[in-house]
Design a binder for this molecule. Structure first.
Ligand SMILES: Nc1ncnc2c1ncn2[C@@H]1O[C@H](COP(=O)(O)OP(=O)(O)OP(=O)(O)O)[C@@H](O)[C@H]1O
Ligand SMILES: [Mg+2]
Length: 266
């Protein structure tokens, strides 16, 4: 069964979509079978994976409203991962979901029939803690939180972690923190170093060691409908995301091994 990772932060422009696309491509480069779900009506992950959001006949909107099976919208991207695309129609689902039974479970239910086909499912969330994000957090095994090392980064984080706690208590008790990822990182900046220090003190091993540098290739690649890994594999941005994927895979292996050890000890 696939591990489902929600890439989320209600703060806008912190690198959620860049992280979702490039991690999807990086996991694929590590021979993982990956599905990227675009759960943001902006459709940035869709465009950045090489699919025109304005030409979609059916999309995540139809899936969440239960009108089509998820399998029907899957697109095989040139980056080696599968994509479940989205466009502005998804704002309709966000509103209509409020009236539906099991409204925060729609994504989880839609994923069930095809989850076995993948090693990893990544969900690119919108910049808000709305019903779409709640669907992502309900379907997920873990949350990956991209953040920029600036003063306000920590402020928004408290609200996000509180939401994760509430989801744990009410809907999804097994929800874990996959990691916090520092994006658009500039090591020469003093504030960046201070915030990094605070993050390490607060979150310890949940803070990913790999940092994503500010890199122009990461910003250029989406306009070509590609991940940076496909667009310029030797760039600093592509290299960082390949390392991040490696770090996450190794951490998962270590967790699985220690869980196995714990069971043996019983
Ligand atoms: N490491 C980076 N280096 C340079 N530019 C970056 C980097 N990461 C992201 N960007 C750029 O910053 C902008 C915001 O990034 P992105 O769209 O990934 O954020 P987001 O959190 O998904 O935004 P939103 O909240 O609107 O969904 C984009 O123009 C993107 O190309
Ligand atoms: Mg985005």
């Amino acid at each position: 069964v696939a591990k489902v990772i929600a890439c989320t932060n209600q703060k806008g422009g912190v690198g959620k979509t860049t992280t979702s696309i490039n991690l999807a491509a990086a996991f694929a480069a590590h021979h993982k079978k990956v599905l990227l779900i675009d759960l943001d009506p902006q459709g940035n992950a869709t465009m950045g994976s090489g699919l025109n959001k304005n030409e979609l006949e059916i999309s995540m909107n139809d899936i969440l409203l239960g009108e089509q099976p998820l399998e029907k919208i899957i697109y095989h991207s040139s980056g080696g991962f599968d994509l479940a695309p989205t466009n502005a129609d998804l704002t309709m689902a966000e509103v209509q979901l409020l009236q539906l039974h099991q409204r925060e479970q729609r994504l989880k239910l839609a994923l069930k029939p095809i989850q076995d086909r993948y090693d990893i499912v990544l969900i690119d969330c919108p910049p808000s803690l709305n019903m779409l994000t709640l669907n992502a957090l309900s379907a997920a095994n873990s949350v990956l939180i991209p953040l920029q090392c600036e003063y306000y980064a920590l402020e928004g984080l408290a609200a996000l972690l509180e939401t994760v706690d509430q989801i744990r208590q009410n809907i999804n008790p097994a929800l874990q923190i996959e990691g916090l990822v520092r994006t658009m990182h500039d090591n020469r900046n003093r504030l960046t170093q201070d915030v990094s220090k605070q993050l390490r003190a607060h979150f310890g091993s949940s803070l990913c060691r790999t940092v994503i540098p500010r890199n122009v290739r990461l910003a250029e690649a989406p306009s070509h409908g590609m991940s940076a890994i496909e667009y310029d594999r030797t760039s600093a941005g592509a290299t960082a995301y390949l390392l991040l994927a490696d770090e996450l895979i190794k951490r998962q292996a270590a967790r699985t091994a220690s869980a196995a050890q714990a069971t043996e000890g019983v």
